[in-house]
Write a protein that binds this ligand. Structure first.
Ligand code: AMP
Length: 304
């Protein structure tokens, strides 16, 4: 199954206690594609400015990602500046320059409007709505968002949520969005707005799946090297949605497996800055690490 992904293609300036990068390749659609391209055919829709170096995404093209939907507009590429302390679970946004996104109106070409899977990466919710208006009978629609839009565009964001099948959101943002402290209650509230499936990302601690009435917890893998968590959420989503697309199966066991694939991809992403680690990654490394996840969380039935 193929996936249409709409989101930001960006230059990020990021500082963590382990180093920093200036205007390195980033963006929700970029990190998502770097991850999902291991599992499925992708069509990326986005916008960049005249300063964007197409060679930065050559590795995505090599993996078969269709980048024809990336428009080049007058002006500068979206630029995000953020930093992290030793708690790498929370990003502090220092600057957000929407630049070419200010006048962007995503257009899904006619031949892609019936693509079975749609991933709405983190961009302005009004743009996400425009995309939803253009697609025809998708099997799976998935939404990602962030605090920036929860605090500035709540009503529009709620409209988008009511129209998708699945929401992927991080823990703090789920609480902010629903004004609930307990994650189960927060997830149930989001489900009551429309989506059958909610995934709550918990940074290094893993992720929770709320699938109709079922709950499943995927662990986070304890890592030796963590340098930059930017894009972990998007590469997690890339693993989840990419795996579902590869299997073309949307039952509970497949969703559970998809969370493990997502956690695996996120665990690689944080090992280096920008998209570097996913750029160098191999399928063999992915399957070896999936095995580690199984060892980490498997135990025999406990009888007392
Ligand atoms: P995450 O996976 O949540 O760490 O997402 C990181 C990516 O989101 C970065 O590469 C940023 O370029 C991108 N980003 C940050 N803020 C925004 C925003 N307001 N709209 C769209 N993309 C953003």
């Amino acid at each position: 199954m193929s996936i249409v992904v709409v989101g930001s293609v960006a230059y990020d300036s990021v500082k963590t206690p382990f180093g920093e990068v200036e205007k390195a390749l980033g963006g929700s659609a970029t990190h998502f594609s770097a991850s999902a391209s291991f599992f499925a055919k992708l069509h990326l829709i986005g916008v960049v400015g005249e300063d964007f170096e197409m060679k930065d995404i050559a590795f995505l093209k090599e993996r078969g990602v269709d980048c024809d939907g990336i428009k080049v507009e007058k002006g500068k590429t979206f630029h995000w500046k953020g930093q992290y302390g030793f708690d790498l679970n929370t990003a502090q946004t220092l600057e957000t320059h929407l630049n070419v996104f200010l006048n962007f109106s995503p257009e899904i070409p006619a031949h892609l409007q019936e693509t079975p899977i749609l991933f709405l990466g983190n961009i302005h919710p009004a743009l996400q709505l425009k995309v939803l208006d253009q697609v025809k009978n998708p099997k799976l629609t998935v939404l990602d968002t962030m605090n920036f839009w929860i605090s500035s565009e709540l009503e529009t964001l709620k409209k988008v949520i009511s129209r998708v099948k699945m929401v992927i959101i991080n823990e703090g943002e789920a609480r902010e969005l629903t004004r609930e402290a307990a994650l189960l209650t927060a997830a149930r509230k989001i489900q009551s707005w429309g989506p059958e499936i909610v995934v709550i990302k918990r940074g290094e601690y893993g992720a929770l799946l709320f699938f109709k009435d079922h709950v499943f917890s995927a662990p986070g893998l304890p890592l030796e090297t963590v340098k930059d968590p930017t894009g972990a959420g998007d590469s997690f989503a890339g693993g989840v949605v990419g795996y579902l697309a590869m299997k073309n199966n949307y039952d509970l066991p497949t969703f559970k497996q998809s969370l493990i694939v997502g956690s695996t991809m996120a665990s690689f992403n944080v090992e280096d800055f920008s998209c570097k680690r996913l750029q160098a990654l191999t399928k063999k490394e992915i399957s070896d690490r999936i095995r580690l996840f199984k060892e980490l969380s498997h135990f025999e039935e406990v009888k007392i």
